[in-house]
Write a protein that binds this ligand. Structure first.
Ligand SMILES: C[S@@+](CC[C@H](N)C(=O)[O-])C[C@H]1O[C@@H](n2cnc3c(N)ncnc32)[C@H](O)[C@@H]1O
Length: 364
């Protein structure tokens, strides 16, 4: 047993330049690194944790209180790599060089280095492995490295995401091995299939047949310039990706919105419009019109609920502004939401019974 008063290696020296170099390089490792398991923002490099743990577990051989047994075992273990000089300073240098070497990512599963590291820790704790406690374990770099060095590890965190990462990385993966990855793929594929089926109505195909995988949601304002009425999305940036060779951005194409077009048309035709229970909604003097019905699936409840919620939010904001909603604002709101409904219907969700008919009609 090392006396408490005996200094640990990290208290006297540390191969900081090499460990920093290995730690910085680790950032770009994508394959097989725990960082690919789940993003964790404050994750510490494994190289640093491994080296610091070694530096804290091993005693300084130059300390007069460092037991001779340890020095003898350490010389023997390190001797497998290279000869170690006779003095305590030589042993210290050899230990620091080993720590620097072993902290390198490529060496993390090098069997020879692993066995030397385990032998060194065993030489300090011959009666059983030490316990490393990390109550703020986050992505788990410290307890993972403690396990690698043959210690017992206790890890906890306030954040439940961190706890899940810790549980999977420190308990489940060692327990189940590659079987866990297969199971994860199987369950993931099942969830994907179910989600695709349930969400299909919310992701109608684009006119070119492509299926959108995400929508960007933005509040919009309507241009108040006379005769404009364009709907402008309030977005900080239209950039989607700025990586070199993969630059992608949205182009904002402003069109006069359907509501504005509708109200201009209504003015020129001297039409009257009704909403909700009235059919037809539009009555245009001297014009021919027809009435269409939509099928229930063309506008799923979840979409209707979302529109209702948006509408309520806008009504509340108008109420806050005016006390009660002025007639022209209410009309604008009606037009805006009718346009949103039309836009969704035009996207062709649901069964679209007439789609084939319209196509063949168009071809003729
Ligand atoms: C700097 S991070 C730890 C990073 C970790 N060493 C790694 O390599 O990923 C600090 C962690 O402390 C956790 N934390 C903060 N306050 C806490 C508390 N009172 N109890 C437990 N965990 C806490 C945070 O959730 C965060 O994960």
């Amino acid at each position: 047993m090392i006396p408490k008063e005996c200094k640990r290696l990290a208290e006297v020296d540390f191969p900081i330049a090499e460990v920093s170099r290995h730690s910085a390089r680790e950032k770009s490792i994508r394959h097989g690194h725990p960082s690919t398991l789940h993003l964790w923002w404050a994750r510490r490099p494994l190289a640093t944790c491994r080296a610091v743990l070694m530096g804290l577990l091993l005693p300084d051989p130059c300390d007069p209180l460092c037991p001779g047994d340890f020095k003898e075992s350490a010389r023997k273990a390190l001797g497998q790599l290279r000869g170690v000089g006779k003095s305590d300073e030589d042993l210290r240098r050899a230990l620091l060089a080993f720590i620097a070497d072993f902290s390198k990512w490529d060496n993390s599963s090098n069997q020879t280095l692993l066995e030397i590291a385990l032998a060194l820790v065993r030489a300090v704790y011959p009666d059983g492995p030490p316990l490393v406690v990390d109550p703020f374990a986050g992505g788990g770099s410290i307890p993972l490295e403690a396990l690698r060095l043959g210690c017992e590890a206790f890890a906890s965190d306030l954040n439940p995401v961190a706890c899940l990462i810790l549980k999977v990385m420190l308990e489940e993966i060692p327990r189940h091995g590659p079987k866990l990855a297969e199971e994860l793929r199987r369950v993931g594929a099942e969830i994907k299939r179910t989600a695709e089926k349930e969400l299909a109505a919310l992701y109608p195909k684009d006119p070119d047949g492509a299926t959108p995988i995400a929508y960007l949601w933005a509040r919009t304002v309507q241009c108040e310039a006379p005769g404009c009425g364009a709907e402008i999305p309030l977005m900080r940036s239209f950039w989607l990706c700025k990586k070199p060779n993969r630059k992608r951005a949205l182009r904002c194409r402003i069109e006069k919105n359907a509501a504005q077009a509708a109200s201009l048309l209504r003015e020129s035709l001297r039409t009257s419009s009704h909403h909700r229970g009235f059919l037809p909604h539009w009555k245009a003097e001297g014009a021919t019109y027809f009435v269409t019905f939509r099928l229930a699936g063309t506008l799923p409840k979840i979409v209707l609920d979302r529109l209702e919620q948006d509408r309520r939010t806008q009504e509340e904001s108008l109420l806050r502004r005016f006390g009660q909603i002025p007639e022209d604002e209410r009309r604008k709101l009606n037009d805006l939401f009718s346009a949103k409904v039309e836009e969704y219907l035009d996207a062709g969700a649901g069964e679209c019974w007439l789609a084939g008919v319209v196509r063949s009609f168009g071809a003729r």
